[in-house]
Design a binder for this molecule. Structure first.
Ligand code: TYM
Length: 332
């Protein structure tokens, strides 16, 4: 068994991968494949809290797997799997439902936002979603969970649930830490920079998709909402649009905010937006090309998710057995 610390994260294939999920999450995963024992999955069980078109969900799940690999997650070094292939997620999810308080779930920002967005379908799964997410993490005894800022609250709840369970039954779960990058943890919409960039955004100009063609991406950046001033300066409160573009540019080029301010001093927003667009296109180009290539090789993708589910299932089963025993279920 590996002595390395364990890292785990997932993304819902409820929409195409966005620049936000790449910069906030995936990019930080691939940098650490050698240092950690890594598990990354397509969180398909989570997606049905909102109605999905089945064929689209299937297509996006495979495309997400291809994109994970194209982003540098080598399946030899990272366990890549589809959540619904490992039934222990749903099984532990149920147990954790019974160790999570109604009040705790009611406070979740994502639940409040999604209930407002889907008022016609506020289902029980949407409410208990954080318990399934806790199960995803705790099943693997993960030490570190690399996510964007918006998932911090769910990670903190996971810690509370793990601690509560451990207090009753002894050391069953590793209490995980969220890992949130300094730059890129909250990428905002290009058209309404007060809001998070989101795959469910109804405004097509607000959200940049990782697999957008270069001309589509450039157009979105050229239309990005800025402000009535002239200077490229990092000030998220007064200049949310420009600051967001600076964040993206910093991620794409590795330059810090002071260097970016100096680079564009005295130039208008037009040339800055063009530079951010070009840098993003160049960052995403190899990922798009490699994803498209991998998507043609269905047999390879299938071999990756099958062996991923086998490896993941082995660990998940060990944790679930322990949990079942602790709570008093008769062993089969
Ligand atoms: P999801 O699918 O909404 O987002 C996937 C990951 O991308 C990050 N992210 C962003 N980061 C920066 N800026 C943005 N605009 C942006 N949009 C998304 C998210 O923080 C996340 O890291 N519940 C999770 C999926 C999940 C999960 C898990 C994550 C299920 N089980 C277990 C970690 C561990 C979700 O809905 O993320």
């Amino acid at each position: 068994m590996s002595e390395k610390k364990r890292m785990l994260s997932g993304i819902q294939p409820s929409g195409e991968l966005t620049l936000g999920s790449y910069l906030g999450a995936i990019r930080n995963w691939s940098e650490r494949s050698d240092q950690f024992d890594c598990y990354y999955f397509m969180a398909d069980l989570h997606t049905i809290t909102v109605r999905q078109v089945p064929a689209d969900l299937r297509r996006r799940t495979l495309s997400q797997l291809a994109a994970y690999i194209a982003c540098g997650l080598d399946p030899e070094k990272n366990t890549l799997f589809i959540q619904s292939h490992v039934p222990q997620h749903a099984q532990l999810g149920w147990v954790l439902d019974c160790y999570t308080m109604f009040g705790e779930l009611s406070r979740m920002t994502q639940f409040k936002a999604k209930s407002a967005q889907h008022a016609e379908n506020i289902n029980a799964g949407l409410f208990t979603y954080p318990c399934l997410m806790a199960a995803d993490i705790l099943l693997y005894q993960a030490d570190l969970v690399p996510v964007g800022e918006d998932q911090k609250q769910h990670c903190e709840l996971t810690r509370d649930i793990a601690t509560r369970f451990n207090n009753v039954y002894g050391d069953v779960f590793t209490v995980p830490e969220p890992y949130i990058a300094k730059v890129g943890a909250r990428i905002m919409s290009l058209s309404t920079p007060e809001n998070k960039m989101s795959k469910s955004d109804t405004d097509p100009n607000g959200c940049v998709y990782l697999l957008d063609e270069a001309n589509v991406m450039m157009k979105k950046f050229k239309r990005a909402v800025t402000d009535s001033e002239m200077d490229v300066r990092f000030d998220p409160v007064n200049k949310p649009g420009i600051s967001n573009l600076m964040q993206i540019y910093s991620c794409a080029t590795g330059r810090d905010y002071a260097a970016i301010e100096a680079e564009f001093a005295g130039q208008g927003y037009g040339s800055f937006k063009k530079a951010v667009g070009e840098a993003t296109v160049e960052m995403c180009r190899p990922i798009r090309e490699e994803t498209q290539r991998l998507l043609k090789d269905k047999a390879y993708l299938e071999s990756v998710y099958r062996s991923g589910a086998e490896k993941a299932g082995y660990i998940a089963n060990k944790t679930l057995r322990k949990v079942y025993k602790k709570v008093g279920f008769v062993q089969p």
